[in-house]
Every structure is written in C-alpha cells, then in structure tokens.
Design a protein around this ligand. Structure first.
Ligand code: LFR
Length: 490
C-alpha cells in the first residue's frame, strides 16, 4: 500500500510515492517535470493545464507500480490562484507571482487601508505579490475575468478541483493570501470587500489532512485507473516543508531552502505585534493549527536566474561547477541584500547584482565565480540577520538551525550559513515538502498520532548532515560590513 505526493515548485514538480513499513518512511520519485512559466506579451503565466497533464502522468506511473494507491495530495508555492466562472470553468491562466501587473499596487492599497490594519487582521508579511494585491490589481485593471468570476481557488485547490470536482480552499495556503483572519479563524470578509471583490468567491476552508474528495470517475476512466481518495495536505509547500523538519521539540528554527529561503520558527498562535510588523514577519498557517512565524528571503532564485542567463548565452555551467568556481573566488569581495526589490523579477540578474554593488560603492563582481560567491555569501549573511530577528521576535534562543529542501544539496551554502550564524546547521531532508505532504496523509489515515510522531519517524528515516561553524572571526567581520553596505545596520 502506498500514497502519492505531488510537490510543485516554481521551476519543477515531482510525484513521490511514499511507503511506510516498520515505522520507516521510504520515498521514491516516480515522475519529475519542469515547470516553465510562459510569457505572453507583457504578462507571465503559469502553464496550469500542463501542470495538470503532468499530474495525470504521475497518477498513471503510480498506478503502473502495481501497488494499491491509498490516497494522493498536492502542494505547491503559495499566493497564486485561478478564478472559476459560473459553470465551474477556469477563467484565464493564473498569473505568475513574479509578473509585473502588481507593480505599485501594494503601496496604493496601503494608502487606502493602513498597513497596521491589514497586519492586525491577517498577521501576514507585506510582499508585493500577495494574493490581496493581485486581486486589487485585477480590479483596478477592470479585468473581465473579475466580472465573470464566481469562485476563487489557489493553485493546489485548483488542481485538486480538476481531479475531484470539489471547490474547497485549504487552510495553510489560504493564510498566504493576506485575506485570512487567524483571530476570527476564517476569511476576512470585510478586507475582501474593501479590495472590491465579492466575498462569495471564497469557499469553505479545510484543514491539512482533510478528506477533500475522490478522483472523478471521468479522470479514472480517461487514465484507466481506480478511484482514489484525495486529501488536502498542507498545500502550501512551505507548510509541508516545516511539517517535515526533524526537530525533537519546540522551540526550533528552520530554513526551508529552495527557490525561496523561508526562515523562522513554529508557534501555536500568530505573533501579531508592532515588532512583527516592523520586521515584516509573517504568520502562515500550518499542520494542526500551528503557525509559521517566518520571513521570506529571496533564496536560490538569485542563482537560478543568473544561471539561466548563462545557459541562454550558451555557457551551460552546471550548478556543481558554479559552486566550485565560487569556492575558488576571493572571499567577501562584495555583498548584496538578497531582498532588494531589484532582484524580485526575472531577467538580467548578473547585471542587476553589479548595479547593486556599484550603487553601494563596492567592487563589481565580474567572473562567474565572483558573482556566485557574492550571491551565496550574501544569502548566508542575510540568514544570520533573519535568524537573530527570529530569536528577538519569538523571545527564544536556538542552538542550531534546521535546513530542509533541495537547497541543502549546496554544501557550500550550508557550511557558509553555519559560519555566518555561528550555530550548527542540521541539513535534511532534502525532499522536505514532499515528505511533509506524505506524513499529513498518513496522519489523516491514523498511521501517526500527530506531527511529532511523524517527525520522529522522519528523523529515523532520513540522514541529516551536520555543519559546524568555522572561520568565525572572518565571518563576524564580514557580517559587520554586510550590515553596513546593505543599510541593514540599525
Ligand atoms: C516557496 C513559497 C513561499 C512563498 C513563495 C511564493 O516555494 O511557497 O513560501 O512566499 O513560494 O508563493
């Protein structure tokens, strides 16, 4: 008996088969596919039907394994959504959160509804691409889609709806819209109406682990497979990743490391106060009504996007080669603040990094090794900054940092993070989101009592690599310079 997790990332997706035997988890990747956003004219979209096609391919491959599939669940990045018309049809392709149609919307909306009030209501950090601003931008542009829409579904809700015909909103992802009120435990209807969209679009919210329907017989017939229960995982990938952190107990600090770096700690209640607002921390919903008090850091997007440019120019450096070049390059040549708005959108990343360095009076990284070194050192130093903020805000001290996600394959980044923070890094598992997705399904099936029992089995099933801090003095000095050149010094 096995279960299936679809974990969709911003650049690739995978179908992972999970098996539980003798209290050990085994995962097998049975399908991997690229997720290529499509730019049409000025706009950037997700290729949602292609993603749905790949989900069907994954289901087919799972069925061919010969094992009975007990359930399936999907997780993906957050904030993005599709709108359905009155016949349940998808109206238009969902926008990519890096599309520029929201440029300027956040500040405009916040001049109408004060930041303090939005934060008080939602506890969510201000990111220009949050659903609230995407919807406000669609309204302002008088989008015909808004005029005809009747239902709002986030990306995993939408794919799950294609599979089951059920229109349900999942909790962990719903919180990322900045339209969910954790105090009232539901959609913030007043906020929703103030941005100009009908509250009736927003449906019933189900918890991670809820039964969310059954594979439609039409899908079963098309694929020639038996019907399967569909479960709502923690459908926000970061929610799933944090569920898979192999911590022994609270408090613990984590860094979910992929296209984004998400750093924070797990708490029972949202932390909504002036300091959280000032630090721009978020309180995203998780498994078992926990909250992720965390902050987004731009993450390996910087490297992915720089590499894409070199690929386009025909250089085809592998990640391993680029990391090797970074290791050879001189240390601490120049720093960036990875979260400068300059780096949010796609395109000419190397040039923008050089522009940032020029603007801050630093030498311009030139060779690939120098550029990659600048990115990785700056990320490690920003991790230190946010680690200390997490401690300050939560009133807790952490003796280590758990890193999960594909980014931990970059051993240099793990080592430099330990050096920058001055605490050991415990890296693993790399497939955090998929494993978190699987364990929520097993909890729903009564195979684990709760997330802590699941974490224990994760600890025993997957290796963790420990990186001890090195070269402390050099990194302390570098941190001082990093704070100064980035203006993060306060
Ligand atoms: C990570 C992630 C982050 C979210 C970003 C955009 O994959 O889900 O948590 O802020 O993508 O949706």
């Amino acid at each position: 008996m096995s279960i299936l997790a679809f974990d969709l990332g911003a650049s690739s997706g995978r179908a992972m088969l999970g098996r539980l035997s003798d209290r050990a988890i085994a995962v097998e990747e049975i399908h991997r596919f690229s997720n290529d956003p499509v730019t049409v004219g000025e706009r950037m979209y997700w290729d949602i039907l292609r993603l749905y096609h790949e989900i069907k391919q994954g289901l087919l491959k799972a069925a061919r394994q010969g094992d009975t599939l007990r359930s399936v669940a999907i997780d993906s990045w957050a904030v993005d959504f599709g709108l359905l018309g009155k016949h349940g049809e998808l109206l238009g392709n969902p926008y990519h959160y890096r599309d520029r149609h929201t440029d300027g919307t956040m500040s405009k909306l916040c001049s109408r509804i004060p930041r303090e009030e939005i934060f008080q209501r939602t506890g969510i950090q201000f990111l220009p691409f949050n659903t609230i601003y995407q919807l406000a931008a669609l309204c302002e542009a008088d989008s015909p889609i808004v005029r005809h829409a009747e239902h709002f579904l986030m990306i995993p809700d939408l794919l799950r709806y294609f599979l089951t015909g059920e229109k349900l909103n999942e909790f962990s992802n719903a919180t990322t819209t900045q339209l969910y009120n954790p105090t009232a435990r539901g959609w913030d209807h007043e906020l929703i109406s103030r941005i100009g969209v009908p509250s009736s679009w927003f449906g019933r919210i189900v918890e991670p682990g809820a039964q969310a329907g059954q594979l439609l017989s039409s899908v079963g017939t098309e694929l020639g497979i038996a019907s399967i229960p569909v479960i709502a995982a923690a459908e926000h990938d970061t929610g799933s990743a944090v569920a898979a952190v192999p911590a022994v107990k609270r408090p613990f600090a984590y860094l979910s490391c992929g296209t984004w770096s998400l750093m924070g700690t797990e708490v029972d209640h949202p932390v909504i106060n002036d300091l959280a607002l000032q630090y721009n921390f978020t309180n995203e919903g998780g498994v078992g009504r926990t909250y992720r008090l965390l902050k987004n850091i731009m993450g390996l997007w910087l490297l992915q996007e720089t590499k894409r440019e070199w690929d386009r120019a025909g250089f085809n450096y592998s990640y391993a080669h680029l990391i090797h070049l970074a290791e050879q390059a001189p240390a601490f040549g120049a720093f960036i603040d990875p979260d400068d708005p300059l780096f949010l959108h796609a395109g000419d990343m190397r040039e923008r990094i050089r522009q940032y360095c020029g603007r801050t009076g630093q030498p311009l990284p030139d060779q690939p090794g120098e550029v990659v070194r600048c990115i990785l050192e700056s990320l490690a130093l920003k991790y230190r900054y946010v680690f200390e903020m997490t401690e300050g805000l939560s009133g807790q001290r952490f003796d280590k940092l758990h890193m999960v996600g594909g980014g931990i394959q970059n051993a240099l980044l793990c080592q430099w993070s330990a050096n920058a923070i001055g605490k050991p890094i415990w890296a693993g598992p790399a497939e955090g989101s998929a494993i978190g997705n699987l364990v929520v399904q097993w909890i729903a099936q009564g195979m684990f009592a709760d997330i802590w029992e699941a974490r224990k089995v994760i600890r025993e099933s997957f290796p963790v690599a420990v990186y001890e801090p090195e070269q402390r003095e050099a990194w302390e000095q570098a941190y001082g310079r990093f704070l100064q050149v980035t203006g993060l010094w306060q």
